[in-house]
Ligand binder design. Structure first.
Ligand code: PNS
Length: 167
């Protein structure tokens, strides 16, 4: 049987324990999992691309078949160049479904050879998102257990405020 390469794309601004849970699950079923960070998203990210690469590399160092990369342009074009046949996405709640369905069907229209595979994170992470984590830190709350300790520390170093969130 041929090796199955999957792409796990996202912004990862920053990586959460929900992302890491999905990476662990994906690494078990795919021969190779490429965590691909989108370059040049429409919104200015909090963490630079280098910071996000570094955090993801550090957090996934224990997985032999996981590597970190970045991409620009169409996800399906990047996936083809990587010889990937699958895109991995996480679905936390029904609210994720509509956006994910749209993306999956658009990607299928663009390249029918690439399948989108959805996985659910562990229950404790079903409400965790990078956006909410940043909001909680900006407003002085704790995100302990929702992101790795080093990510929590780096979030605090950014000295987030309500104003930074609006930017
Ligand atoms: O972590 P995110 O922000 O939910 O990830 C979104 C991402 C990066 C998966 C999505 O924006 C993406 O695939 N962008 C690449 C552009 C693209 O291929 N668009 C057309 C298909 S919807």
């Amino acid at each position: 049987m041929k090796d199955v390469i999957a792409i796990y794309p996202g912004t990862f601004d920053p990586v959460t324990n929900g992302h890491l849970d999905l990476i662990a699950r994906g690494s078990k079923i795919f021969d190779e999992l490429v965590v691909a960070i989108l370059r040049n998203p429409e919104k200015v990210p909090l963490f630079t691309l280098d910071e996000r690469i570094e955090m993801l590399e550090r957090m996934t160092a224990n997985f032999d078949n996981v590597r970190i990369d970045t991409f620009d342009g169409l996800l399906v074009d990047y996936a083809s160049k990587q010889h990937a046949s699958a895109v991995l996405r996480g679905i936390r709640a029904v609210s994720d479904y509509e956006y994910e369905l749209q993306m999956a069907l658009m990607n299928r229209k663009l390249n029918p050879k690439i399948e989108t595979i959805f996985m659910m994170p562990a229950e404790p992470y079903t409400y965790v998102s990078s956006r909410l984590v940043k909001e909680v830190v900006a407003l002085g709350g704790s995100v302990h257990g929702l992101v790795p300790a080093t990510v929590e520390r780096r979030l605090r170093e950014k000295k987030l405020t309500r104003e930074t969130l609006r930017a």
